[in-house]
Design a protein around this ligand. Structure first.
Ligand SMILES: [Cu+2]
Length: 154
């Protein structure tokens, strides 16, 4: 009997143009039942992967970014931070100074502020707005020089 190769393959394209291939190659001739089972198995596996691909394509996954800013007298370190539009930002203000500090960021939707006593961390969560530069500063009187900028990239 000749060496018969049954090659069954399913192809599909995912979002990022990667081609997924499922195949079964048998060097023995398949009988009708085996062939049907092989096709059926490939179809089921393919269907499951397709559903998973569709689920993951439902809405861009939320990207998160953690930013850490250390406050001392009278500065923020770093005083320039970057993010991308749409990212969920977790900005952690770490007060390593001797007095209380705050961080107010001027966002399009309004100012957002967190405050922290010496040795304390405070977290400000917000969605990175449209590309641009957004100033942040400490609003405690006498701390006007304590400021920085969030640069939001596309
Ligand atoms: Cu301050």
């Amino acid at each position: 009997m000749r060496d018969d190769c049954h090659h069954l393959a399913y192809f599909w394209y995912s979002d990022n143009d990667a081609v997924a291939v499922l195949s079964i190659c048998s060097h023995k001739p398949m009988n009708m039942v085996t062939r049907l089972l092989a096709h059926r198995m490939l179809f089921v596996v393919g269907a499951i992967l397709l559903v998973l691909a569709m689920l993951s394509a439902c809405g861009e996954p939320l990207r998160e970014r953690s930013i850490e800013i250390i406050a001392t007298e009278m500065r923020f370190d770093p005083d320039r931070v970057e993010a991308h539009t749409g990212e969920q930002i977790f900005l952690r203000l770490r007060n390593r100074g001797q007095v209380a500090h705050s961080l107010t960021i001027e966002l399009p939707a309004g100012d957002r502020t967190v405050s922290a006593d010496p040795g304390v961390d405070a977290i400000l969560a917000f969605r990175a707005p449209a590309p641009g530069e957004y100033r942040f500063y400490c609003r405690i009187p006498g701390h006007e020089a304590q400021q920085g900028v969030l640069v939001v990239l596309p």
